[in-house]
Design a protein around this ligand. Structure first.
Ligand code: C5P
Length: 292
């Protein structure tokens, strides 16, 4: 028997860095939104106690550096599980792109192994294991639309965001999150974004208001390091409301019609830019019951 889990990509509709913490992380206020674009993970029981990971993505390592392997190992240790697992990871979400692909794979691993190993769904230890794996992993456990504070791991579920067709484009190179956070200037942390207004726009189901409040403190740092990302955002902004996701380099643009989204996809493809067309996704893992 194989258990299948989807691992959805995420974007940040708004991301405000408010300061640097004692532990080296940055304090955030962000609104996460799941996308339909997803990786797929398959989990099969094995007779020995070993954890093994295989993937269709050539440049992804499958040992201790892989968040899937780390998530499985942490869960096994926490519950003293003696069984092992073979995990097959089918990657579709681009890697190191600001779309939370690795975090979502780790969260899907926790969900999948709870089913495979028949473990209890205990929100508190799960939230802690998730946060140890990465700041975005707790959000990825439940998905949907949520406000993240702390370093991004403290969550409050929000009403589902109004539906958008989402165009994702990136300049085709990976960006390291730590490098971008390290390049944020103190003055940029003092700039505030309209988080309250974004929450209001979501509650009112007002796509125009959502689009007008997109903001991301990390853009300036990524733009300084990689000017091609700024150029891409400027290009996409001509077609619709566009902003960089997370630490980048993916830039997303939101559209209320498939036709408008498609014309941007075609224009970017003509120029040889890697591009994906997807849409916003309500939480489809647990019907909200597993919110941590
Ligand atoms: O939590 P995660 O492992 O995804 O973070 C990767 C790196 O990004 C951290 O080591 C840290 O340098 C940076 N980061 C940060 N503040 C956050 C989240 C991440 O400085 N809130």
């Amino acid at each position: 028997m194989q258990i299948i889990e989807k691992a959805h990509a995420k974007i940040n509709l708004i991301l405000m860095v408010t300061g640097k913490r004692q532990d080296g992380y940055h304090a955030l206020q962000t609104i996460f939104q799941s996308l339909a674009l997803h990786d797929t993970l398959g989990f099969s029981k094995v007779t020995n106690g070993e954890i093994s990971v295989s993937t269709n993505h050539a440049s992804l390592t499958t040992g201790v550096d892989n968040l899937v392997w780390r998530a499985a190992t942490k869960l096994k240790q926490h519950y003293g599980v003696t069984q092992g697992v073979r995990i097959e990871l089918e990657k579709r979400i681009p890697i190191a792109a600001g779309l939370g692909g690795g975090s979502s794979d780790a969260a899907a691993t926790l969900r999948g192994l709870i089913r495979l190993w028949q473990l209890p769904w205990e929100p508190q230890p799960l939230a802690e294991i998730a946060a140890q794996l990465g700041s975005d992993v707790p959000f990825c456990l439940a998905g949907g639309t949520a406000l993240g504070t702390g370093r991004g791991e403290k969550l409050v579920a929000l009403a589902p965001c109004p539906h958008f067709h989402v165009v994702l484009a990136n300049p085709g190179f990976p960006v390291a999150t730590a490098e971008v956070y390290g390049a944020v200037r103190t003055a940029e942390m003092a700039q505030s974004h309209d988080i309250e207004g974004m929450i209001y726009a979501i509650e009112k189901q007002d796509p125009q208001r959502v689009a007008s409040r997109l903001a991301n403190t990390l853009e300036m740092a990524t733009f300084r390091l990689y000017p091609a990302v700024r150029a891409l955002k400027e290009e996409m902004s001509k077609a619709g409301a566009a902003i960089m996701s997370g630490s980048g380099p993916t830039v997303f643009a939101l559209f209320t019609t498939a036709q408008a989204a498609m014309s941007l996809v075609v224009a970017l493809r003509h120029r040889g830019i890697p591009v994906w067309l997807t849409e916003t996704q309500k939480d489809d893992y647990t019907g909200g019951a597993a919110r941590v």
